[in-house]
Design a protein around this ligand. Structure first.
Ligand SMILES: Cc1cc2nc3c(=O)[nH]c(=O)nc-3n(C[C@H](O)[C@H](O)[C@H](O)COP(=O)(O)O)c2cc1C
Length: 705
């Protein structure tokens, strides 16, 4: 029966001789959650099982190494390099099959981009390239810069040894019961290193001409077909465009697809980029939905085998549209299914407003996990990596929970509290829920943050959370609550320097005030944003500073940033920072066809401000005590400190009160959501504070406090 909401999305498709129940693929996602020996564990199973349960038709397990000793893409990736790993893999396949999904494993050797080992990394070539934010994770290990990174070209003997290992790994995957195998030829990992004219500088039969650069891949394909049979579906993922000068462009990518089809491959999975162009591999929030679809569309014109497209696909309507228009055969999603494993079922049943859309922040799934050699998390879905949130335990008795502040921490706390059966009340000082998330709405390319704000706001309604707008409660108002969560966020610091009270000095909050009057949550009494003059100085190094610079830079203002740090926005997720810094230099993020800034953004690092004069002259001092001056029309303050005044008074009044989000430590969305979720998970009758002023409940029997 054709689905009445999205008929194309829910039409089956054949890959080789397997029938996939719908057009939704989980494109490979290395969640770095396996055991240290690469064996599958319950966390890996649960992750994939939830997505299969959520109705995804085809799941491709992320980068799985054929040789742990020479290359792991992440330190705890899945491995398929030994027979004793087969039973674990078979449990993984079973968990997905149980829910009607078909599944594959992506086999990948990271080559130069290995997270482990750190030294003597194998590649097609021996030249070391600067790989920003690379999966080589060179920023992460101690003394990495001083020690240098050693990459060397593989010998022909090593190449053939690894070809054999790819074949063996594929055989183990088949043996474990998977329906297909995929080769990872994208993003600058080893197969891509051979395929790429940018990386591969060999002058033997594995380098040079197109067919020589394809030889490593072709030999692997041959080996897998010999070991698994030509009828065992084999696909390949590679980048339609590497987005780098001298790299593979779309015309050669078409040739790759034709060659792979000729060799008997069952499908092609078209990704984007190489790690030298990180924004295209894992596209930041700025990228519009489906910006990479054109590559699949072109390739599809030249082959008959199914084509998968991916990158920033989030909305079922959009996915339905590109399928209906024949631009792709399947839609691939990675981060969307991290944020909401049940995307497919929600789309199928017409509940699209319930989909927790991924905002592409890359903070939980990359910056604060894989990039620092940890297992994968998600900024907006606390259930990733923490099974306590998958099957929430209802509270034994409903409690009255007061939450001060309706930002992401407060709303997430209210959501989990309500789901567990508590009665949650949010006290919000303004007329609108959303907190710091709303500042992003005004920044070109960052309005995806609004998606999460709206999702949470919609949950508040659906869960019947009581909201008291424009209310700042005192200890007296809160005395009847069992527990109080202080989620008041941060506040802009006003350093005591001459001129700080001048009218030309404003805060990032004034500048980034969202004025989308069409928004259903827009309060009538909301003040208009402050208009800045042509020359603006931003003082601070926080999201507010970066967002204000992006908003004003896009609007054509001349922006100067003053930061006390040695560089601006070092805390920022590297793919975002890479794109932002390119735009600050009046360039463009690769693959991003946005308007470039008229003026480059100037960053004055290692500096602070001593005085702001009436005529707009700002006196700056650097770390060598050298003074300089700039003349501006507006100064934007963007240093943020915890807004914890209320907390202290509530604690003194003897309330059971805990801090969550920025009021605890100025951090980011992930910090806020995680804090809110964790606090709400603990709330039970008799909840109390421990010696660290954190909430505790359910103490073991016999422990008396
Ligand atoms: C945490 C994480 C792990 C990933 N692991 C893999 C992988 O193992 N293999 C791969 O080909 N791509 C991997 N990718 C890239 C994704 O498959 C996908 O191409 C990219 O995230 C853009 O698509 P999306 O917007 O649907 O996330 C990974 C991405 C993320 C965020």
């Amino acid at each position: 029966m054709r689905n009445k909401h999205y008929p194309n999305l829910f039409t089956p498709i054949q890959i080789g001789d397997i029938v996939i129940p719908n057009r939704i693929a989980m494109v490979p996602t290395d969640i770095s959650s396996a055991n240290a020996d690469g064996s599958v564990n319950q966390r890996v199973i649960t992750y994939h099982e939830q997505i299969a349960k959520g109705g995804c038709g085809f799941l491709i397990v992320g980068a799985t190494t054929p040789d742990k000793a020479t290359g792991r893409p992440t330190v705890t990736c899945v491995a398929a390099d030994e027979d004793p790993l087969i039973p674990g893999l078979s449990h993984l396949a079973e968990a997905m099959h149980r829910y009607g999904a078909k599944c594959a494993v992506q086999i990948q050797h990271p080559g130069r981009q290995a997270a482990w080992p750190r030294k003597n990394l194998m590649s097609a070539s021996d030249h070391v390239l600067d790989v920003p934010g690379s999966a080589g994770h060179e920023v992460i290990y101690a003394e990495s810069i001083a020690q240098g990174k050693t990459i060397r070209a593989m010998t022909v003997e090593e190449i053939y040894d690894l070809i054999e290992k790819f074949g063996e790994a594929a055989w183990r995957v088949k043996q474990a019961g998977f329906d297909a195998v995929e080769l990872h030829g994208a993003h600058g990992y080893l197969i891509a290193q051979f395929m790429s004219p940018f990386v591969n500088k060999r002058n033997d039969r594995f380098g040079g001409s197109f067919i020589n650069r394809m030889r490593f891949t072709m030999e692997i394909v041959n080996r897998i077909q010999m070991k698994c049979g030509r009828d065992f579906p084999l696909g390949i993922r590679y980048s339609g465009d590497e987005w780098i000068e001298g790299g593979r462009r779309l015309d050669e990518s078409v040739k790759v697809a034709e060659l792979m089809e000729e060799m008997g491959l069952a499908y092609v999975d078209i990704s984007a980029g190489i790690f030298e162009s990180p924004g295209t591999v894992m596209d930041p929030m700025y990228y519009p939905e489906g910006w990479n679809t054109y590559t699949a569309e072109e390739i599809k014109k030249h082959v008959k085998i199914p084509v998968i497209t991916s990158h920033s696909l989030r909305n079922p309507e959009y996915c339905e549209k590109i399928l209906a228009e024949g631009k792709t055969d399947m839609v691939g999603m990675s981060r969307q299914l991290i944020a909401d494993p049940y995307w497919a079922n929600k789309a199928k049943t017409g509940k699209k407003e319930d989909i927790r859309r991924c905002i592409s922040c890359l903070v939980g799934c990359w910056q604060e996990s894989l990039m620092i050699k940890r297992d994968m998390r998600c900024a907006i879905n606390p259930a990733i990596g923490d099974e306590r949130f998958i099957h929430l335990q209802p509270a034994k008795k409903s409690c009255k929970v007061a939450i001060i502040g309706g930002g992401p921490a407060g709303m997430e706390a209210a959501r989990i509290s309500a789901l567990r059966g508590h009665k949650a009340t949010i006290f919000e000082s303004t007329g609108e829920l959303g907190g710091a998330m709303l500042y992003c709405c005004t920044v070109p390319g960052k309005n995806k943050m609004r998606w999460h704000a709206d999702w949470l706001r919609c949950r508040m309604k659906k869960l019947g959370v009581e909201i008291k707008y424009r209310t700042e409660p005192t200890a007296k108002d809160l005395k009847d609550f069992d527990v109080v969560l202080c989620a008041c966020g941060g506040k802009v610091a006003k350093p005591e320097i001459p001129g700080i009270e001048l009218s030309l000095v404003v805060t990032f909050e004034d500048v980034l005030r969202c004025k989308n009057k069409k928004c259903e949550y827009y309060p009538e009494d909301k003040a208009e944003p402050v208009e800045c003059g042509e020359n603006v100085l931003i003082w601070g190094d926080h999201f507010g500073a970066a967002d204000a610079a992006e908003k004003l830079g896009t609007a054509g203002k001349k922006v100067t940033i003053v930061t006390e740090n040695k560089d601006f926005a070092e805390w920022m997720e590297p793919c975002h920072r890479d794109v932002m810094m390119k735009r600050f230099a009046s360039g463009n993020g690769e693959g991003l066809k946005s308007k470039t800034y008229v003026h480059p953004v100037t960053v004055i690092a290692n500096a602070s401000i001593l005085e702001i004069k009436k005529d707009g002259t700002v006196v700056i001092v650097n770390s060598n005590f050298v003074r300089s001056m700039v003349k501006v029309d507006t100064v934007v303050l963007a240093k943020v400190v915890p807004n914890d005044d209320l907390y202290e008074s509530l604690l003194e009044a003897g309330l059971t009160v805990a801090k969550i989000g920025d009021v605890k430590k100025v951090h980011n969305l992930r910090g806020a959501v995680t804090d809110g979720a964790n606090a709400a998970l603990v709330i039970e009758e008799g909840v109390m504070l421990n010696a660290n002023n954190e909430l505790i409940s359910n103490l073991p029997t016999g422990v008396e406090l």
